[in-house]
Design a protein around this ligand. Structure first.
Ligand code: ZN
Length: 255
């Protein structure tokens, strides 16, 4: 958490704060105990993480800041159109690069590193929606990545001149598969409507998800296994796609 917010009117988040020689004393006078920054895409997983942080992880008086990073992907505009006003849109890493089109799941390389570092300039607890490694295997979201990022940030924060208050990076869904995350969300009193209005598709046609991509089928199956409808029309019925049967069996075994 940074303190001593500059009221000069400069709206660049990186420049909005300046060093104070007494950051802890200044923080005590601040409004918020802790600032929780949630990487939010509008998809199922980040919808659940944001709900967890708002309802259970943040304490009274804490600030919760959901941030959408605009990576200027083919699906970004459709995602942005669905964001509610509480979501902060950040386009500072829109230059990061194209996703690898040969990959079945397009990934903008290094995005998680940049997103976590930028989030750490906005608050001291950073969250993103990584699932269990057996459900979602990535090299930039697993426990080693979290530990290394937290350690790097805490190394920098060990010098009080940086004004950083013990930065930490969390993935609250890392113990769960996607349908398990949905089930626990519902069991804890989460609103089904929020899940039905989530959006996740790599190749939507305007605002209509394709129904065929990895993101569409994964989302559809996780909702179906929890007896929820998809909450959207699709260009192609996900159940008619080649990937559906495999994904249904794969997720069903984890529920
Ligand atoms: Zn799709």
């Amino acid at each position: 958490m940074r303190c001593n917010q500059d009221t000069s009117g400069n709206h660049s988040p990186l420049l909005r704060y300046h060093y104070t020689s007494t950051p802890i004393d200044t923080c005590r006078k601040g409004v918020h105990l802790t600032t929780h920054v949630v990487l939010y895409s509008g998809g199922l997983d980040s919808t659940i993480v944001l709900d967890m942080v708002r309802r259970t992880l943040a304490r009274m008086g804490d600030e919760v800041v959901p941030v959408y990073f605009d990576l200027r992907q083919p699906y970004s505009e459709a995602e942005i159109r669905r964001l509610d006003p509480s979501i902060q849109i950040d386009d500072r890493i829109s230059w990061l690069g194209e996703a690898d089109e040969t990959s079945p799941i397009p990934i903008v390389s290094l995005r998680n590193i940049f997103m976590v570092l930028l989030c750490a300039t906005m608050g001291n607890k950073v969250y993103f929606g990584q699932l269990h490694p057996l459900s979602e295997s990535t090299s930039d979201g697993d426990q080693l990545f979290l530990s290394l990022m937290s350690l790097l940030l805490q190394k920098v924060a060990s010098d009080p001149r940086h004004g950083l208050a013990y930065p930490e990076v969390f993935t609250p869904l890392s113990e769960y598969s996607k349908p398990q995350a949905v089930r626990r969300y519902l069991a804890s009193g989460g609103r089904p409507e929020a899940l039905l209005s989530s959006f996740s598709c790599f190749q939507p046609l305007d605002d209509t998800p394709c129904g065929e991509c990895n993101a569409c089928v994964n989302r559809y199956v996780a909702l179906k296994l929890n007896s929820l409808p998809p909450g959207t029309e699709y260009i192609v019925n996900p159940e008619s796609t080649q990937y559906y049967d495999f994904e249904f069996k794969r997720q069903a075994t984890t529920l």
